[in-house]
Each structure stands twice: as C-alpha cells, then as structure tokens.
Design a protein. Structure first.
Ligand code: ADP
Length: 625
C-alpha cells in the first residue's frame, strides 16, 4: 500500500499542530465532535427527501482504551467514501482561515491554533497516529484512512453501520505536556461538558455507576450514558447564560478571536414564532468585501439544523450578522428548495431585519462608541445597501449612515448634520477625496470653513455615487464643494466678481487657449483664499468619481474640469500685469494648471516637464536675490 503525501499547506498546518505545546490541546475533542455532529446533520437532511435513508438513533459515542492509549469517536452520520476520505482529510479544507493564519502566524501561531477551528487535523495535537474508518450512507464498502502525520494510507475496511469512527493513538507524556489525561474518563467527560454541551445529538460514554439490588447491596456497573445536555445555547433561558457563554459560543462557532461587539438573543411569538441568537462581529472578517465571504447565519427549525448561509432570512445589507434563527413554524417535510420561496421565510426575514435595524438604531442613540466601532467595520456595507437597487432600501438605512465631518473630525449622522446647519444654509456640503487628510488640504475647503459651514468628508468609494441616488435628506440637497458654483456670495460680492471677470477677459481667454485640451473653462471665482487656483468639475461627474471609475477600468469616463483662479491672489495680479504688457504667459498658465491638478490629486501628464519649469523659476528667483 502506497503512502501518500499531504499537500503542502496541510503539511504546514500539521507541523503547527504537532508542535503546539503551548496551545490549548483540549480543543481537539470539540473539533471532532463538531464534525460528527455535522455528519449527523447531513444524514438528517438527506433522510427528509430520500425514503431509503433512515435517521433513527443519531448519536456520537466516545470510547477510551487506557491500556492501548486509544480514544475513539464514532458517529452514525453520513460517512465518507474512499474519495471523500482522500479529498477531505488529505488536504486542509478550511483554506480561508488558513490563509489568515499564514498572515498572522509569526505573531502568535500557538494562540491562533487554539482559537481558530482547525478541524480534523487538531487530532494530531494529542495523537501521533490517527485511523479513520468510514462507510458512506447507502454504500456497501467501508474504507480506512490512516496517518502518522508523515503521510497517509487508504485501504478497504469492514464496517457494519454507516458513519465514521475515528481512533486516536494518544501521544506519550512529554516534559512539557501531559497527554495521559485524555485517557481519563472524567477528564473527557468534563471536556464534553465544557465545549460540546450544546451539541444536539446525544454524546454517549461508558460511565461507572452503581446498580442497587433488592437486597440493598449495590454493584458497580459500567453503562453507556449521555454526557451532554443537548440543549443549544439559544434555547436556554437568558438568565442561565453568562456574557462569557455567549462570547465563547460565538468565538468557537465562527473561529473569531475577537469577542462579538453585540449579542442579540430574543424570542418572537405570534404570527411567526422563533428564537434567535444574533451577533454583530467585533471585527470585520478579513474576506468580508470579497466573493469568498459567507454569510454566517444558520437556520434551524425546532432545534433541527436546516441550513447554513441562510440568505433567505436576512437582507443582504445586514450580511455581517452571524448567529442562529430557530423557527417554530417552518415545516421540515418540504425540501430546502421549496423552503426558499416560502412565504414564511419572507415573514421571518422581515422580522429579523427589523430586529437588526432597531438594535443598530438603539446602539447609535445609546452606545455611540460601540456604534462607531460597528460603523468602522461595516458602515460601507450599509452605504452599498442604500445605493443598491436605485435606493430601494434607502429609507430603512439612511438614518444609520454616518460620515466624518469637518466640525470635529468625528462621525455625524445626516440628521445631526441638518440639525447643525447654519440658518442661511440650504444644502448639505460635502467633499470627496481619498482620505480625511487629503480633503482637509484641498484649496476649496478654506472659504467654506471660514463661513462656518460643516463639510462632510466623503472618503468611501461609494459615498459620492450615493448622493446621485439619494439626492437629498430632509429636503436638503447634497452639494459638493468641488463641483459647479457654490453660490456662497452676497449680491454685491457677485457683482464685484462679475466686474473682475470682465476686466480680465483677455487674460482669461489666453489661459483658456493654452489649456484648451485640459479644461472646458477657466474663470475667476470667490471660492479660494490662500491658494491661487483650483480645479472643480461641472455638476455632473466629479473629479473624484473619475478617479474611482479609472480604477474600475472605465478610463473613458471623464469629469468636465474647470480651472478657477483666485482674483485676490498676488499671482493673478502679477500675471495680469504681464499680459497687459503684451508678454507671453503660456508657460505660467500651464504651471497654474499643473498645480491645480496636483492639488486635486490628479496625475500630471508630464511630471518631468513640470519639475523642469519649477526648477527654472527657482533659479530665476535665486539669481535675482
Ligand atoms: P471542516 O469541518 O471545517 O470542513 P475538517 O478538517 O474538520 O474541516 O473536516 C474536513 C471535512 O471532512 C469535512 O468538511 C467533512 O466533509 C469531512 N469530515 C470530517 N469528519 C467527518 C465525519 N465524522 N463524518 C463525515 N465527514 C467528516
């Protein structure tokens, strides 16, 4: 029989397992029991639609052979055929979390093993040899997978029932680690209690007890006994559950080493009845905004598992939510496909959505700090939710949105913004940019802030696109301070500007001529204070949107750019003088544009030419001194 090699990633993980002397090795049992429980779930689901598959006495059994140093975990679940043994146990299944581990492993490899579910391979934390005998449901033959970690072998085997039996050859004690304890009945029992109590299937062990006879004498007997309470945590009374229990359940279930930010355990009775235990994660899953992310919401019906990733019962914009919804009403006899269209599912979804929304709203009002943490992690999700479907859900979500603002560089909601608007202010001002820092440095910011207006910082890709969908809030339109005409001036100021524009007609048209390929217009404006120029766009597409679209490979889409000049800046006065004297200003016009483009975060077409021109000017200035 040939010994096969593990795949490279599996080898690495196995190495980590074998050397995990500082880690909590106890968790191997939880992992194997959890696999057994999953296998029973799968058998159950199949039995619903296939009359040939029975599901009579589901159970998990643990046996200890102290003398031979063996511990055996058996289940009568779905089982695995030869190919599945090879595929499932020859490679590491949970590649997502493994990548994550790779990123982190220099920091605290040992910790991570303990906190992530590492699945089947965790057996090698306590065993130097593992045998798996499995017979897949409806199959005649069984197969055996054996490994001492250096490689594995697969052969035929005999097994009476469907299911899987895993035998661990427990390691000998070392100086650092005592493995003998895993051969103690009491120890294993308490580990089951600690980590797997809520498993819904009976976990049986042989336990010593006393039989009392009629004559009053007792006799020591060894009998199989169920050692877990089988009650899932969400079915327990809230009073019986500590904050730690809630956190532990979450962390084990989702392989998260950060505690949940919020736990929502509730019961609904009436039209549709269900119990839910929902969590808002304390950190954003590393793959959250990718296609690899899977919704962590499970659907149960009266304590019986129905499905993972239950998209049917929560809106996509709340897909960060994790946990369990256990319905009292769903009928289990219908296949899962039919279930999806079920009216009851919609009712459930509405109710779950509503609960999440009210929880978030409540956090926003009463636990602002937590809400901001939540928003840092998942705020973009809510914005996308607002944007999707042309704003179909904006009414649900709009009041949950927050933006950083110029007022205190803190988050504000739109409601707060509007309440804080100046009397003469009719629009909601915003500026879009890559970061708060960059926006703060924009030349256009000064004047608006001087006038005492608050500006929302739009730093998320979706932010400005969102305004094209939601348009306004509380009757106030969104207005970019980097677009079109800001209309901040009084009548007199406007007339004054008009006059200046008129007086500088020639100069402006010369500049326009030089820049005709780059901007659609050049004008004097009152938007600026310290800086001589800036770029703005017309009211359609903004420069920031152009950049984002470019990143999305939509190069063709361009903002309509306008260069605005500060008529009160000395540079303008000097330039005007030059032009009036009939001198050529074209070089300076280009330099002005380059400055404006740089400040707008655009790339220069010819940065070297720009540098050369600046050097020339520096030389002139230095030599004139
Ligand atoms: P995970 O459980 O996260 O998928 P594991 O490494 O624990 O990762 O297990 C890999 C796969 O092996 C499982 O997905 C499952 O298909 C299969 N498996 C493990 N244990 C059992 C079992 N007791 N019965 C049936 N299949 C099992």
């Amino acid at each position: 029989m040939a010994i096969k090699e593990f795949k490279t990633e599996s080898k690495r993980l196995l190495d980590m397992m074998a050397n995990s002397i500082y880690t909590n090795t106890d968790i191997f049992l939880r992992e194997l029991i959890s696999n057994a429980s999953d296998a029973l779930d799968k058998r159950h689901i199949l039995s619903l639609t296939d009359p040939e598959i029975s599901f009579d006495e589901p159970k998990i059994r643990i046996d200890i052979d102290k003398k031979e140093r063996l511990i055996t975990i058996s289940d009568n679940g779905i089982g695995m055929d030869r190919k599945e043994l090879e595929d499932n146990l020859g490679t590491i299944a949970r590649s997502g979390s493994f990548e994550f581990k790779q990123e982190l492993d220099e920091k605290s490899e040992a910790d991570i093993i303990g906190q992530f579910g590492v699945g089947f391979y965790s057996a090698f934390m306590v065993a130097d040899r593992v045998e798996v005998i499995s017979r897949k449901i409806k199959e005649e033959k069984a197969s055996k997978w054996t490994s001492d970690m250096n490689g594995y072998e697969i052969s035929s085997a005999a097994k009476d029932d469907y299911g899987t039996t895993i035998t661990l050859h427990i390691k000998k004690n070392t100086k650092e680690k005592k493995y003998d304890k895993y051969l103690e009945n009491n120890e294993i029992q308490s580990l089951v209690k600690k980590y797997s109590d809520f498993i819904r299937y009976p976990i049986e062990m042989l336990v010593e007890s006393y039989d009392y006879k009629e004559d009053g004498k007792s006799e020591k007997v060894i009998k199989p006994q169920v050692v877990n309470s089988m009650q899932p945590i969400w079915k327990k009374n809230k009073k019986e559950i500590s904050a730690e229990d809630y956190d532990n359940y979450y962390m084990q279930e989702y392989y998260d080493f950060v505690k949940p930010l919020k736990t929502i355990h509730y019961k609904v009775e009436g039209n549709t009845s269900y119990t839910a235990l929902l969590y808002i994660p304390g950190q954003r899953p590393f793959n959250y905004y990718t296609n690899d992310y899977k919704l962590g919401l499970k659907l149960y019906s009266r304590g019986v598992f129905i499905k993972d990733e239950a998209k049917e019962i929560v809106s996509d914009y709340f897909r960060f939510i994790r946990g369990v919804v256990d319905s009292d009403d769903l009928s289990l006899n219908i296949s899962r496909e039919i279930l999806q269209q079920d009216h009851q599912m919609n009712v459930l979804k509405k109710s779950v959505d509503k609960k999440i929304k009210s929880t978030l709203q409540n956090m926003l009002e009463k636990q602002r700090e937590d809400y901001e943490k939540f928003f840092d992690n998942f705020g973009s999700q809510l914005k996308y939710g607002c944007y999707d479907g042309f704003g179909a859900n904006k009414d649900v979500l709009i009041d949950l949105l927050m933006f950083k603002s110029s007022k205190e560089d803190k988050y504000v909601t739109l409601k707060e913004y509007v309440a804080n608007m100046k009397e003469d202010q009719n629009e909601i001002y915003y500026a879009a940019g890559e970061s708060v820092e960059k926006i703060r440095q924009l030349p256009q910011m000064e004047k608006v802030l001087d006038k005492g207006y608050e500006v929302l910082y739009f730093t998320d890709t979706v932010d400005e696109f969102l305004t094209s969908i939601i348009m306004e809030y509380d009757g106030k339109a969104f207005k970019s301070i980097l677009k079109g005409d800001l209309d901040l001036d009084s009548k007199e100021e406007k007339e004054e500007l008009e006059k200046k524009n008129e007086e500088s007609k020639d100069l402006i048209s010369k500049i326009k001529d030089v820049l005709k390929d780059k901007v659609s217009d050049v004008r004097l404006s009152s938007r600026l204070k310290t800086y001589p120029v800036c770029l703005v766009s017309s009211n359609e597409l903004s420069i920031e949107m152009e950049k984002i679209l470019k990143q999305m490979n939509q190069e063709g889409v361009k903002a309509d750019k306008i260069m605005e000049i500060n008529p009160d800046h000395e540079l303008f006065t000097a330039l005007k003088k030059m032009a009036d004297e009939g001198k050529d200003i074209s070089e300076y016009a280009s330099l002005l544009y380059d400055q404006a483009a740089l400040m707008a975060g655009l790339e220069l077409e010819d940065p070297s030419a720009y540098a050369l021109k600046v050097s020339e000017l520096m030389l002139k200035a230095l030599n004139n001194k």
